[in-house]
Each structure stands twice: as C-alpha cells, then as structure tokens.
Design a protein around this ligand. Structure first.
Ligand code: SF4
Length: 993
C-alpha cells in the first residue's frame, strides 16, 4: 500500500517527468511505472525512435525505428497500433499501441501486437491463384493480377450488360471500414452487399433499432454508476479493449458491474453480480427489473413523459382511455405487473432475492446506468432481439439515455466522413440476401444463402468473399460447401483473403489481400461519448512517403503481390467500364486529373480535407495536409461530449414550411440539412408527399428527437404492429427455442457462441503467439451433468448430438457452467483437406478427410498439427496437437422470424464417445438441415402477406446499401411468397392486454 507520502512523491515524479518532456518540446504520455518512465515514445520522436537490441545485450546495439500508425484488424474495435519500422531494413519489427488513438488510448489486447505474426506468417497467400481441375480438388496455379482482373471484369461487365445485376455479390465478414465496399457496389448498380451480421449481432441490434431508430448502444462506461452487461466486454465483446479499459476505470471509481452470462466468463469473474441464467431467460430478468422500477415508482417519469411515444400507444392500443400521461402510467404498471421477481426466478433459475437485490442496485444508478447487449443471449435464442429491447426498457425508464454515464445511440458517437464520389442507390433488390419472408430483418439473411440457392430462387454469376469464411463461420457449413462446389449455382467464386481458409479451398480465384498494416480503411466506432475517425494504412507505404519516396501502388510495399481491396476495387471497376459507357467509371475517376483513375491518396486526401471537421485546421497548424497528418498520427478526435442530441432544438432556419403531424412529428419540405453526422443512421425516409422528418414537438419546442417514425423512443412499435407482429410490439419476453419446455428430458442446451480473448474468428489464427495461447475448445460441462451422463473426468471424449449430426470433443468438467447447459467456444477446429498440398496447416489446422456418406457427410482428422520446418523457426517448436473441433458444421440454420438472426443455441444430447470415435470427428446430414430450414421458415410472416403498403420492408429501417424507392415495391408474386407461415403466439409472453 502506498502511503500519502509515497503518493505525493509519485505525483511529484509525474510532474517532473512531464515538465522535462515539455522542456524538450515533447508530448508526455504518463506511464504506470513508479519511476515514471513515459508509457509511449513521444510523438515528436516518431521519425527516429531509438531502442537497444535485446539480442545484443550487454552490447549497446541501437536500433532506429520510424513509428507509423495504423489500426488493428483483429477484431471490430479498430484499436490504434504503432508499427515499428526499422529504418535500416525497412521492415516492421513489432506493433505496439498508438497513444494518439482516442478510442484505445495506446492500449491493445494480445491480438493487436500479434499482427506481426500475421505479417510474417510463412503460410500466407502471397500471389493470385487460380484453381486447376475441379473445385475443391486443391490444385492451384499462380496467375498475374492482370489475368485475374481481366477475367473478373469481363464476367461482371457481361452480367451487367445482360441485366443480371443480382448475380453479382460481395459477401463481407467484418467490414473493418465505413462504406467503401457499399460505394463500389452502388457504382456498379447492384444490390450485391451481403454481410455476416445475422450470424453475429443483428439480434442485439434489432432490439435497439425498434426503440431508437439506431441499432447500437454506446454506453458511457467510464462515468457509470452501474454497468449492466449481457455481453463479454471485459474479455472479447464488441469494442473489447476500448470498453474494457473504461469499465475498469469506472470500477476504480466504485461502479458496480452486473453481468448476465450462463458461463463463468472472464467478464463474469470481474462482476459484482454474476447472474448465470437459464439460456433464453434474460429478457424475463430484464422485465422483472423494469417492473420493479415501474411498480415502485423508481423511474424517471419526466423523461418517460417527454420522450416515449406513449401517446401513440394509447391512441392505437387503448383508445378507451383518456390520452393523459397519468392514464399511461397506470397502464404501464398493469402491463408489467406479472413480471415479478418470482416469475423471473422461475424462468431463469436465479433466486428472487438476488434479482431483487440487483434491481435495487439498478434503481440506484439513476441516469448513470450504462448497458450493453450484443451477441450472447440476443444471438442465441429465438426472440433474442427482445433481450436488448427489454434491456433498453430499463435505460429508458431510468432516463439514462444520452446522459453522462448512461447509454447513447451509437450514431451520436460515430462519424462517417463523406467520400469523394457518391453513386446513386441501386435500382434492384437482391432476394437472395433480403428474402420476402423477413421484412423486418436487421441485416442480410446471409447464412441462408445455400438454402435459397438450393430453393432455386436465383444463382450467382460472380461471388466474392472478403474477410469471410462462410464454410467455417456459419452454421451448416457443409451446405455451403455443396453450393460453392456447384457451378450451376455459383458461376465464379472469388476469395479475397490474406490466408487460406475453409472456404477458399473451394474458390476459383484466391486473391491475396493485406492484413491490418497493409491496407487502407477509415472507421469510427462508438467507444465513449465522442466522435473520432481513424485511418488504417499500409505502414511501409506511409514510411516511404515520410522519407520522400512516394508509392503509387500498395503492392510495391506489401509482401509478394499482396494487394489491398480499395485499389483492387478501383482497378476492377475501371476494367468493367473501360470507356465509361456503363456509367461506372465516373465514380472511380480522379477529380484532380479528369479522365484518370482515382488514387487512394486522392480518395482519402479529399475525404480528410473536405469531410472531417477540424482536421484541416489541426493539420495546417503543423504545416501538414490533412492526409499527411492522418498518415502521421492515425486518428483524429472530432468532438467530445456529444450529450443529448435528441434534446437539441431544431433551428428556425430548418423549420421553413414545416408541418406538424398528429403526434408531434415535424416535417419539412426542404432538403435535409447536412447533418449526416448528427443523426445519420436510420433517419426516416421522406414520406410520399416528399416531407422529411426534421424533429419532434416536445412541450411546444421542436427538438431533434430520435430517427424513429414517431421521433420519440418507441415503447410501442408501430412498425412491428403494422408488419404482422402486433403481439411483440411492446418490450416483452419470447420463450426461446431452447426453453426448458421445448427440451426433451435428455437434452441440454449448448452455448456455442463465446469467443476467447486471444482469438477472433478466422482472422487471428495465423498468429503463432495467439495459437500457442489458445488452440483448443473443450466442452464445458457441470460435474453433476457429467456424473449423470457417465463422463468421468476432464479430457474424456464425448459425442455432442445436434439436430443434424454430432461432433466429438473433449469434456472439461467445471462448476463455471450452469447444470443442464454445456458450452464450447466457436474459435477452434480449423481444418485443411487432405490433398491440398499448397495449403500450409500452420499451428491451428488439422488435416482432415471429408467423405460423403449415406447419412450426409463425415469428417475425421488424418493428421494433427505438428512441428514443421519453415522460414520461421518457431514452427518447429509447436508443442500442441489438439486444435479443437469445428462444431458449427453440425448446426442447422435457425433464422429468427423477426430479426433474421441465426439463433445459435442448440438443444443437444451428450453421451460418452462411441468406440472408434476420434476427437474432432464430425457427422452432418445436409438433407436433415434442409428440413430444419423449412421448419424455421414456416415461422415467418412474409411481406407478401403482411406488408401494409405493398413494399418489401419499412423504408425507415436501416439497411446497408439501400436500393432506391422503386426497388422496395413487392413484385406481383414474390419469389418467396407463400413459403412462410404465421407463428402462433404461444411461444412468448407479451406484456398486458
Ligand atoms: S483485437 Fe484487440 S487490439 Fe485489435 S482491435 Fe480488437 S481489442 Fe483492439
């Protein structure tokens, strides 16, 4: 323990160190050290930073580095990195944190510095490859970039010329950027953007979207009094490191952390209250807490009166009552009176007393209640989207919306700069991504693509994947493999990837793309109450530019012929439309040099000059252009303390010719002001009269409000009510497909979604440091279940049986999981196929045989990971052989009929492994997978049945790459018409009448 005297001395040393640095004209980044060494190199010395070589010790061998910023690409947090570029060798020596990045503030998780492993990975793809022989045979020939570009351009040009726009698709895993790919596709006139979001976060997003018109929360963790997580933000969640450091900051200031996680995750271990609920009961817990706030009058009635759409609710659902707030308060109490602690205890298995204690803590938070729900329960369960909708109900009751220590709509803490060219919205609708059965889906029904292709709803001429590995990542990966090897369904399959993966094996072209330090992107994420823009860049290109050696093409500095997508897309677009007659070329042309191709320097230079407020001035103060400034520092904070944007008064100048709707929504005929970064996302579209919502009347004042149809927070969703789901229009509880009542006596619930802090999906597996830390995924099982099932000890092999097959894994007996529930991390079980001799297995891929059998497919490892010789001596030191099991292959698709989210949790049976079973064995029947698909599709309510206005989807809902208005019209007989069926309302518990 430090005495006061010590602390005083410490403060003196910090002050002295700061003063000394400032006397030298240097930035001082205080470190944690007791002697107060700075935490980071001062930015004034980033051109020539000197370190002593550790290997030369005790000799003093100085190494001189240029420090060049970029952003990490190993998860979606986009933390700042500093590349240490050796001035002598011109190679990157290591990556550390960038102290100038406002989100990550110089800190990283283990995956950030491990970027160096990916760059030097001896197994990475270095040259464009084209398949030889049949798809999936594993034979490849090296080709030139020109050959690849010309072949792809010719295919796409022909498809566009023949009106086959819907046969072009680019399927993204993690985008890692804000809008470049969508802009390219819009320039081609195709609705070809597909994403991974419906196997990730769309359930979580949907609940927030129906409340706020914005689909993500931005909790101000650092200033919260109570932090409530249905997520894993202290280990792996959305904005892991930036959020974790702010949660830690809040805890140091006395904040209480409440974590709902059935598994004792690393996040749960840091909680003040760890609740381990029965999977799928989380919404019932949220509602019991909300009900306590309501029944006890511990909510912010002033906020509810001003900002909830209670008048609309009364008008539409309770016309029998007076339209007064007092009447609504009475109804509110009535609606949620049955969600008692006892009811939630029955559903969740957590005692009513504990729930009451937690509710009391929540109530005490007031407006300093920060919350997050992202994947986790919202991604696991049928109706999981109600988990985030009921969580935000608590925020909205407390008035903890856009308050210090509360939760903001993410759009207010994010900034997307306008690009140099903005193509129009495409005029087509892609049914393969947005099928008619899911008019309210938050994102593309990406994981259904194999089934929609098998249904014969369309085909793909040219299909790109990028930072995406659908065979491995999605449920039912063998159905993916079946369609990706069928040239009638997918004419040409292109994998844009830095590394080999389970999908690339079946591609026609494998085109090498750069890692986080080898490519350009911009991004901005909600990590605190502020707005920033960060710049990912090829660090060797930036280093050369700093040395006065400009580089025109990123391939000049990347290893082999590794490229970056932005230059690739520009070049491909140029070749699709070489003479400009298709109207594409104009969006990829230089403004400064008409007729010539746009360069990435001009693209980003224009953006930073014209679309990032304050950056040109800051750069000019240092005598730099905005692009030079961003290349040097990597991130720019635009503003801090956005505050309650919804409360802002709309200036009179915006209210010219304004009209007010019945419930206070204010419209104007004038074009929307350029406020794209104030309320940019999900803003209601103009109505048929061309009016634009501009604000909402609150107590006689027109305020900015929320981008919902009502302009208020939507307690009652007119959209859900009008589009076929009136029984779920209020925050409520939908019983999961793995609710105990849906399980057979011998079934358990499998949680399959959790991440490990040291791996992320398929992007980090080529990092040797991370592989050594985390390479296997045993099944967590409670000792009581293990004893009952005849599993004797940790390491015993078990069969986990799903609806379509089984996998064989090792058991891990632990009391860190609820009885009746098992869990298996999804990271592991990477594989390469036998005979694919050009693919390196690295430290994470078993070599497997894949056989077609009567009951489907069977996979078995033929060779485990082992040490091997390569350019990297560490590959000879691999000491592990167990790389886990690929459980996702044994899961069928479970599309939630409202959000479209794949509901990951599985009802499984567990048995000791059968004689002859081997660890990692997979059996999966793609025929049975089709049956499960049809069963879930029967729960949908297609737009053709429920659309109130003849459109496919409410126009106000968010949608990446929105088509133009005409494309929203339903066709006379939609491709999916009649395939869905109404879901009964027995599956859930809606509040009140
Ligand atoms: S992997 Fe780690 S360092 Fe990289 S962006 Fe994510 S949290 Fe940040």
């Amino acid at each position: 323990m430090s005495s006061d005297h010590d602390l005083g001395a410490l403060g003196d040393r910090v002050s002295a160190a700061r003063a000394a640095a400032e006397a030298r004209g240097e930035t001082f980044y205080p470190g944690a050290s007791r002697v107060h060494l700075a935490a980071f190199p001062p930015r004034e010395r980033w051109d020539d930073w000197v370190e002593l070589s550790s290997r030369a010790w005790p000799a003093r061998d100085e190494r001189h580095y240029m420090l060049v910023p970029t952003t990490c690409f190993n998860c979606e947090s986009a933390c700042g990195l500093l590349a240490y570029v050796d001035r002598d060798t011109r190679q990157v020596r290591k990556f550390e944190g960038n102290p100038e990045h406002p989100g990550s503030r110089g800190r990283n998780c283990a995956k950030g510095p491990a970027t160096i492993n990916q760059v030097t990975d001896p197994d990475r793809v270095l040259y464009p490859m084209k398949r030889v022989g049949r798809r999936g045979e594993g034979q490849w020939a090296r080709i030139t970039w020109d050959e690849a570009l010309d072949a792809l351009a010719a295919r796409i040009r022909a498809a566009l010329a023949e009106g086959r726009h819907n046969e072009i698709m680019v399927h993204l895993g993690r985008p890692g950027e804000d809008g470049f790919t969508e802009r390219v596709l819009a320039s081609w006139g195709v609705d070809g953007h597909n994403s991974h979001t419906n196997v990730c976060s769309s359930g979580g997003r949907t609940g927030f979207q129906f409340w706020m018109g914005i689909d993500r929360p931005s909790p101000d963790h650092a200033h919260a009094k109570v932090i409530y997580l249905i997520s894993a933000h202290l280990e792996a969640g959305h904005y892991f490191n930036p959020h974790a450091q702010r949660i830690t900051q809040a805890r140091e200031n006395g904040a209480k952390v409440i974590v709902l996680d059935t598994r004792l995750s690393n996040t749960a271990t840091h909680a003040d209250y760890w609740l381990s609920p029965q999977p799928g009961s989380e919404a019932a817990i949220n509602l019991a807490i909300a009900s306590h706030l309501i029944q006890a009058g511990r909510y912010d009635a002033g906020f509810v009166r001003r900002w909830w759409n209670w008048e609309e609710y009364l008008a539409q659902c309770r016309p029998d009552l007076p339209r007064t707030f007092e009447a609504f308060q009475a109804v509110l109490a009535e609606l949620y009176q049955d969600f008692t602690f006892e009811y939630a205890a029955e559903e969740s298995g957590i005692s009513a007393a504990v729930l009451a204690e937690v509710a009391d803590v929540v109530a005490g938070a007031g407006t300093r209640f920060a919350c997050h729900s992202w994947r986790s329960a919202a991604a696991g369960n049928l109706g999981g989207w109600q988990v985030s909708r009921t969580l935000f109900l608590i925020s909205a009751l407390l008035g903890a919306v856009a308050t210090e220590g509360g939760t903001f709509p993410n759009a207010w803490n994010k900034f997307v700069p306008r690009p140099i060219h903005v193509p129009p919205h495409p005029g087509v609708w892609q049914d393969l991504s947005w099928p008619e059965e899911f008019p309210l889906a938050q994102n593309e029904l990406s994981f259904l693509l194999p089934h929609l292709l098998k249904d014969g709803r369309g085909k793909l001429d040219t299909y790109f994947i990028r930072v995406y590995n659908p065979v491995w990542t999605n449920p039912d990966g063998l159905s993916w493999m079946e369609v990706l090897t069928d040239e009638q369904k997918v004419g040409c399959f292109v994998a844009l990837t830095p590394t080999w993966n389970e999908s690339a094996y079946f591609a026609d072209y494998v085109l090498p793309m750069g890692h986080g330090s080898e490519r350009h992107d911009t991004h901005s994420y909600e990590q605190y109450d502020g707005q920033w823009v960060a710049f990912r860049q090829p660090v060797l290109r930036a280093a050369r530019a700093r040395l006065g050696e400009p580089v025109a093409d990123t391939r000049e500095v990347n290893p082999g012929e590794v490229w970056e997508e932005n230059e690739f897309w520009i070049e491909l677009s140029w070749r699709i439309d070489p003479d400009g007659t298709l109207g594409i070329r104009q969006y990829h042309e230089s403004r400064a040099r008409p007729g010539e191709k746009l360069t990435v320097d001009e693209y980003y230079g224009w953006m930073f000059e014209h679309s990032v407020p304050g950056l040109p001035e800051r750069a000019a103060a240092e005598g730099r252009t905005p692009l030079e400034w961003m290349r040097r520092y990597g991130a720019f904070e635009i503003s801090r303390g956005q505050g309650a944007v919804h409360e802002q008064e709309v200036p009179a100048v915006e209210l010219t010719d304004a009209t007010t709707g019945g419930l206070g929504r204010v419209y104007t005929a004038a074009p929307a002001p350029d406020a794209a970064n104030i309320v940019p996302m999900g803003a209601p579209a103009p109505d048929e009269a061309g009016r634009r919502p501009v604000g909402v009347l609150v107590d006689g004042v027109v305020r900015r409000g929320f981008p919902t149809p009502s302009g208020r927070l939507e307690f009652w969703s007119s959209t859900l009510a009008a589009w076929g789901w009136p029984e779920h229009a209020l925050p409520g509880y939908i019983k999961s497909h793995v609710h105990p009542s849906a399980l057979a006596d011998d079934q358990l619930v499998l949680l399959s979604t959790f991440r490990l802090p040291t791996q992320i999906h398929t992007r980090s597996a080529n990092s040797k440091w991370l592989d050594e830390l985390s390479h296997t995924n045993p099944v967590w099982i409670h000792p009581s279940d293990a004893a009952r099932l005849g599993v004797n000890r940790t390491g015993d092999l078990i069969r986990v049986e799903t609806e379509i097959g089984y996998f064989v894994a090792k058991a891990w007996l632990t009391e860190g999981i609820r009885p009746g529930v098992v869990a298996c991390s999804h990271h592991m079980g990477r594989w390469k196929l036998t005979g694919h001799s050009q693919v390196g297995a690295g430290g994470m891929m078993a070599t497997v045989g894949l056989q077609r059998e009567q009951e489907g497919w069977a996979m078995r490892a033929t060779e485990l990971v082992r040490p091997y010789s390569s350019a990297d001596p560490d590959t000879a030191r691999i000491w592990w052989s167990d790389t886990g099991v690929h459980q996702n292959l044994t899961f069928p698709v479970h599309p939630d009929p409202i959000s479209g989210m794949h509901c990951w949790h599985q009802a499984v049976r567990i048995r000791p492994a059968a004689p002859g079973d081997a660890h990692g064995d997979i059996a999966a029947d793609t025929g049975r997978a089709r049956e499960v698909y049809r069963r879930w599709m029967a729960q949908t309510r297609p737009a053709g049945h429920v659309s109130p206005d003849g459109t496919r989807r409410p126009r106000w809902l968010m949608r990446p790459l929105k088509p133009d208005t005409a494309a929203f019209a339903l066709p006379a007989a939609g491709p999916g018409s009649g395939q869905g069926g109404a879901q009964g309302s027995e599956s859930g518990r809606s509040p009140g009448p």
